[in-house]
Design a protein around this ligand. Structure first.
Ligand code: SF4
Length: 329
């Protein structure tokens, strides 16, 4: 782990959602005074990111990756836990203080088509965060905007054009430009290249790596794609059903990733690359509303009686933590 003071420090973050039931069932439950069942979308997740560092968040759909991004962005309130961004508490602040915290953290979204308002020109789109935070330059606005576009590889002529006239990759550059207008300390990229062709993905990843280096940005890069996360990250955390099951340096993932879920993801990625059938996974999953013990127990091929106790996230080597009773290096 980096020695620098973290830009983002997250401690024991948890968030649950009520499991949806039919209207009749919910009315009956309410009359009987039965509390709704809760699904733990995030369960005691802790990590940190230093300036100039990218932390990859890897996991399948339903792992809690997007919930994590939404809790950090203030879209969902956490049930418990805390987070410090650039030395400021993130969750216990409101109004202008909350806005000041959020200014330091911006997001690049998955969908380069849906995330830009089609009725706004690029100029209006990239000026929006400046207006919200009262930071519109009083002088030389055009040259400021042209420089911002050039930083993400777009021409000055793009300023007065609508998003519909750009390709997917160019739209994602506009989204990145908008996210950087406030010069944030932390950039959250949520599946930011998943909707793009492979060749365009490579260009956007290169752009993000360059911007991170030039601006000493901390980046939280969320994806289900093992190859993409390995390429851009220094460290990786793996989430399974809201639990952080492993954390390790990105260049150790293939050789030393040892949680059974990590091994399953790596095998699945290899099978996909070679065009073979995916290994069986997920069969026999136990409903997890109030699951005791290891979160991976219902599908783990190595499960034993000890696994009815929740394994702590323990350090098995420098910068390598695993939540499995039997993990070794
Ligand atoms: S603690 Fe048990 S169930 Fe959980 S990953 Fe390890 S071996 Fe599998």
């Amino acid at each position: 782990m980096s020695e620098q003071k973290p830009v983002l420090e997250v401690n024991n973050l948890s968030r649950s959602f009520a499991i949806e039931s039919s209207m009749l069932q919910s009315i009956t439950e309410r009359i009987r005074g039965v509390k709704p069942q809760l699904l733990k979308a995030l369960h005691d997740v802790s990590f940190s990111i230093a300036a100039g560092e990218t932390l990859g968040v890897l996991g399948e759909s339903g792992s809690g990756k997007s919930t994590l991004a939404r809790v950090l962005m203030g879209i969902y309130e956490p049930d418990s836990g805390s987070a410090m961004l650039c030395g400021r508490e993130m969750f216990d602040v409101h109004g202008a203080d909350r806005l000041a915290v959020l200014k330091n953290m911006q997001m690049v979204f998955q969908d380069p088509f849906g995330s830009l308002d089609p009725r706004m020109t690029v100029r209006q789109i990239i000026c929006e965060p400046l207006k919200i935070h009262g930071m519109m330059p009083q002088k030389n606005l055009d040259s400021f905007l042209v420089k911002a576009l050039a930083d993400v590889g777009l021409e000055a002529g793009a300023l007065d054009i609508y998003p519909s006239e750009f390709s997917g990759g160019q739209r994602q550059r506009i989204g990145i430009c908008r996210a950087l207008m406030l010069n944030p300390g932390l950039l959250i990229a949520d599946e930011a290249v998943s909707a793009l062709d492979v060749s365009v993905q490579a260009q956007i990843l290169e752009l993000l790596i360059r911007l991170r280096t030039e601006r000493n940005l901390a980046m939280l890069f969320i994806s289900h794609d093992v190859a993409v996360v390995r390429q851009i990250s220094e460290r990786i955390i793996l989430l399974y059903r809201g639990n952080l099951v492993e954390e390790l340096p990105a260049d150790h993932l293939l050789t030393h990733g040892c949680h059974p879920y990590t091994r399953h993801l790596l095998e699945a990625a290899l099978f996909l690359r070679e065009g073979a059938r995916l290994p069986e996974s997920g069969s026999g999953i136990i409903p997890m509303a109030n699951f005791e013990g290891c979160c991976y127990r219902s599908v783990c091929p190595l499960s034993q009686s000890e696994c009815f106790q929740r394994p702590p996230l323990r350090e098995i080597a420098p910068n390598h933590r695993v939540a499995c009773h039997f993990a070794r290096r």
